[in-house]
Write a protein that binds this ligand. Sequence first.
Ligand SMILES: [Zn+2]
Length: 66
Amino acid sequence: MAEGDRCTFCTQRPREEVAIARWRPPTPEDQERLTLWLCGRHMERLAKAGIRGWAHEGWMHKAGWW
Ligand SMILES: [Zn+2]
């Protein structure tokens, strides 16, 4: 399956490739910077979670590298 065919978090078609910072709680200072393909629903979810981050499979995620 080619990158960008699917949202990183579900089986939907992705809308955009988004800059994402992720970390393992409780160490938010160790952030990994990735670009992930996300569907509209998951882009919204991350937008709503804001800087607190959105939890998924043991990782916290937030939009943006800053
Ligand atoms: Zn999704």
